[in-house]
Design a protein around this ligand. Structure first.
Ligand SMILES: NC(=O)c1ccc[n+]([C@@H]2O[C@H](COP(=O)([O-])OP(=O)(O)OC[C@H]3O[C@@H](n4cnc5c(N)ncnc54)[C@H](O)[C@@H]3O)[C@@H](O)[C@H]2O)c1
Length: 458
């Protein structure tokens, strides 16, 4: 099938590469010349396990192409995905300007030579499929002075659930695929596109082995509004689960319980499940916060005050400050102190810094006059580039970040941090304080090395 994808970011690039590897003919349409140049050389502009080798392969077979010129690619593609960013506006609403630009471009290039499904893969507010339809018509009208014929196209919703860091795996072996469309032919077209994934009939690539027992992926087909809502509901629920664990951490800390064991104890209950119950400094990233606030805005627009969603966001905002409070309690005066901070990306396995708790913590530490010595395995260049205003020292290694520091704060649980022996941490720190924002270490092992350990809720 011919597929065009607007936006070669985390979602567009991975989706495009995976579909191309299954034999679809995919063209990525991207506005960033820098990204296009990298992708053409088989270099992924984002840090994502396995993506470089996958790119090299699909570029080699010419099943994947990338361009900044939509031109005839759009009109000859049976499926056109919109996978551009939908960042939050200061009001909490999703900024739809890139979606609008893509939809206008699609309309401008539409010819009716084939019947097309235009698919919102970006996370967009409820009702956005209707907006995209209008923008496509506007784009067409600008060129032709009239609306495109109704039977030429339809707009569908196909929300994305991949996790950064395991994006290829998640695209090949998703928990489910959700498609929302108001026309049967569009549902059928997307069903055909995803058939290799739904039926698991493709040869698993080296980059992501198939789980041994997986045979079929559930396909949820529904209307567009419900599909859009499913995406927001999923992220709101995940965010709430983490905020719940953090709420319980704060209570556990006060009464002397260990939240890790509490969550293990409840997670074994099949109605609850063990995942997304990690207490720590809270969630971040490009999705949970943005989608929670967009859903909150939508609820308010319709006259409903979503108390649970507000509380979920409030708990998360405050949770980022827990490590700073621990630092103040241990060091008393923090002004003029040196603090090592490990981990900058919002989670391990990615270089994505969007809404990263580490950055909020750095901002707070700098405000308090702390000297920050930071280290991250992959995200330091990005932070230097994106936030030149942050006056921090970037260390070359995790160990060198510790030199002469009064305390270590762990903000992102990169697995390689476990390779640094706690004895080395004890030796390099000038004071023996470890503040574990992700409950990463075994407190007993840290204490055995003579270090003071402060976790979250334990
Ligand atoms: N990143 C994730 O883990 C994830 C997961 C699920 C859903 N989503 C959603 O998917 C969407 C995309 O997210 P992302 O993380 O891939 O964003 P991103 O910022 O990594 O990528 C978006 C890309 O779109 C490009 N772009 C912007 N306007 C364009 C235009 N008019 N034409 C062509 N390209 C254009 C940008 O240059 C950028 O490369 C968002 O709505 C996001 O909420 C993201």
């Amino acid at each position: 099938m011919n597929v065009a994808i607007f936006g070669a970011g985390y979602v567009g690039l991975v989706t495009g590469a995976v579909l191309a590897d299954m034999g679809h003919q995919v063209t990525l349409i991207e506005v960033s010349e820098e990204k296009i140049a990298l992708i053409r050389q088989g270099i992924s502009p984002i840090y994502e396990t396995g993506l470089d080798s996958l790119l090299v392969r699909v570029l080699g077979t010419r099943h994947l192409q990338v361009t900044d010129h939509p031109e005839d690619i759009v009109s000859s593609s049976e499926v056109v995905f919109i996978a551009v960013g939908t960042p939050p506006l200061p009001s909490g609403e999703a900024d739809l300007r890139y979606v609008r630009q893509a939809a206008l471009a699609i309309g401008a290039k539409m010819t009716g030579q084939i019947r097309q499904v235009i698919v919102n893969k970006a996370t967009v507010p409820i009702g956005s499929a209707n907006l995209v339809e209008i923008w496509i018509q506007d784009g067409f009208r600008e060129v032709h002075g009239s609306a495109p014929a109704e039977e030429w196209y339809t707009v569908a919703s196909n929300p994305e659930f991949l996790r950064e860091g395991t994006a290829i795996y998640d695209t090949l072996y998703p928990d489910r695929i959700v498609i929302g469309a108001d026309q049967q032919w569009a549902l059928d077209q997307l069903r055909d596109l995803y058939a290799p994934i739904v039926e698991q009939s493709f040869e698993p690539p080296l980059e992501a082995e198939r789980p041994p027992t997986l045979q079929r992926i559930p396909l949820v087909t529904t209307d567009r509004i419900t599909s859009e809502m499913i995406k927001y509901a999923a992220n709101a629920f995940l965010a709430t689960k983490i905020s719940f664990a953090n709420e319980l951490a704060n209570i556990s800390q006060r009464v002397g319980a260990d939240v890790m064991q509490v969550m293990h104890g409840i997670g074994l209950d099949q109605r609850i499940g063990p995942r997304f119950l990690n207490a720590g400094i809270g969630w971040g990233g490009s999705c949970l916060g943005k989608d929670l606030s967009a859903l909150t805005v939508t609820a308010e627009e319709y006259g409903y005050h979503p108390r649970l969603l507000h509380a979920t966001a409030d708990v998360n905002r405050d949770q980022r400050q827990t490590v700073v409070k621990h630092l103040q309690e241990e060091l008393k005066t923090v002004k003029g102190r040196r603090v090592a901070l490990w981990g900058l990306s919002f989670k391990p396995g990615t270089d994505d810094l969007r809404d990263s708790p580490a950055i909020t913590i750095i901002e707070e530490l700098l405000r308090l006059g702390v000297r920050v010595q930071a280290y991250d395995p992959v995200a330091m260049d990005h932070l230097q580039h994106q936030r030149p205003d942050l006056d921090i020292v970037y260390a070359i290694t995790a160990e060198s970040a510790l030199e002469g520091a009064d305390a270590l704060i762990l903000a992102t649980e990169w697995p390689q941090f476990a390779d640094v022996p706690v004895t080395v941490i004890a030796e390099k720190l000038s004071r023996a304080i470890v503040i574990d924002g992700r409950n990463f270490w075994d407190p007993a092992a840290i204490a055995a090395a003579g270090l003071i350990y402060r976790g979250v809720g334990r």
